[in-house]
Design a protein around this ligand. Structure first.
Ligand SMILES: Cc1ncc(C[n+]2csc(CCOP(=O)(O)OP(=O)(O)O)c2C)c(N)n1
Length: 379
């Protein structure tokens, strides 16, 4: 799949290129804003490295890296307003960070001590979804709710809201994403369907799933779409701004295809050297989104050494905090897995819990050499 027709504001070398439509969406960004984007990307990458190391040390069951996708996530995430609501997949750590989720909490799920790790309402950021594409429907339904609550097109910037679903290229092959497009289109739902095309669905390349760019599908449903260079944080910010403004103002859904590359493995259980070439990886390493923004800021004289040094220290401190916080997460009681299955108590779940507790305690008794005689048995 080629990278032609992509909206781009920064070339891979970090040179600013003009765009007739999208320049308008970045003209208000100050050097401080740009440094903020750079900072976010650097911190999230450090988080990725630490979490991967923690998995290798046996502290996490699994981890899904966002390595290489920082620009798509930070750019789009920074276009959101507080009142917007996000439905992520499982590698949206950059967006989580922008939404104020403590990155350590993201690891509660990957360590297996929690079903989620944060309060979705407090952050406008739903829990991670592991079922591919299902949350495109949740997002569209939620957006229809926002619309029916009269929170769209009122002209009040602090009130009008939009919803974003993040999913991968592989998810676009799922029925759920296509159904979401149907519902979003016919209801003109205030939703942005943000596809990070990182070119791989585990070992399945996008080329085996699509004969045309993924963004070309959406207009067939009646949803406008745009292809953006997902390794360009400015372009990702600009196209998401436009899509969110359309949604909030009552203009309906948009499909964004952010063309990027998953630089790491699918998860820590995967070995990409089995299915992709080192030439391809090297090609994309040269298009690293963080290097691109660093080159741009440096050429503008907007990246002073003091900022770079402070950021390096901040990243080290984050790494340290992630390590100590994860190691101190402890072990939840196994029965707590029944706690949040339903919002209110449910007799079926309570019966399952009671059975499980009896079963568990039989092991505990045995371990401590205190197994009780069964009713009616003789010593
Ligand atoms: C409904 C469903 N089918 C299959 C899987 C197994 N699975 C986990 S990740 C994945 C690939 C997803 O690829 P993509 O949507 O491109 O997202 P990426 O992981 O590249 O971000 C699959 C098939 C799943 N989790 N859910």
């Amino acid at each position: 799949m080629s990278d032609e027709d992509l909206v781009q504001l920064l070339t891979p070398a970090g040179e600013r290129v003009a765009h007739p439509v999208y320049d308008a969406f970045v003209e208000d960004l100050t050097d401080d804003d740009l440094r903020g984007m750079y900072r976010d990307m650097v911190l999230v990458r450090r988080f990725d490295t630490e979490a991967t190391a923690l998995q290798r040390q046996g502290e996490l069951a699994l981890f899904a890296q966002a390595l290489g996708q920082e620009a798509a996530q930070i750019g789009s995430g920074r276009a959101l307003k507080t009142q917007d609501h996000v439905f992520p997949s499982y590698r949206e750590h950059g967006v989580a960070h922008v939404r104020g989720v403590d990155l350590a909490d993201v690891l509660r799920l990957f360590r297996g001590v929690d079903h989620g790790g944060w309060d979705p309402v407090a952050h406008g950021f739903h829990l991670y979804t592991l079922v591919i594409g299902s949350h495109a429907l949740h997002a569209t339904g939620y957006a229809m709710g926002v619309q029916r609550d009269g929170l769209v097109g009122t002209g009040d910037d602090e009130r009008d809201a939009a919803v974003v679903a993040y999913f991968g290229d592989g998810a676009t092959s799922q029925g759920d994403v296509n159904e979401a497009l149907v519902f979003a289109a016919v209801n003109q739902a205030p939703v942005v369907l943000f596809c990070q095309n990182n070119q791989w669905a585990i070992s399945e390349p996008t080329t085996l799933q699509a004969r045309a760019p993924l963004a070309a599908r959406a207009p067939g449903f009646g949803v406008p779409s745009v292809r953006v260079d997902g390794n360009d944080v400015l372009a990702s910010y600009a196209v998401t701004q436009e899509a969110l403004q359309r949604a909030r103002s009552g203009g309906g859904p948009t499909f964004v295809e952010a063309f990027t590359y998953r630089m790491g493995a699918h998860t820590t259980s995967d070995d990409p050297s089995r299915y992709r070439s080192s030439e391809q990886e090297e090609h994309w390493r040269r298009r690293d989104p963080i290097d691109r923004l660093r080159a741009y800021l440096t050429a503008r004289g907007a990246l002073p050494q003091t900022f770079v040094d402070e950021l390096a220290a901040e990243a080290d401190a984050l790494g340290e905090r992630i390590r100590t916080t994860v190691r101190a997460m402890g072990h939840p009681s196994p029965a707590s897995m029944f706690d949040h299955v339903y919002a209110t108590r449910h007799s079926g779940v309570e019966a399952d819990r009671a059975w499980f507790e009896r079963y568990e305690s039989s092991f505990l008794d045995h371990e401590h050499g205190q197994q009780q005689p069964r009713e009616g048995s003789h010593r």
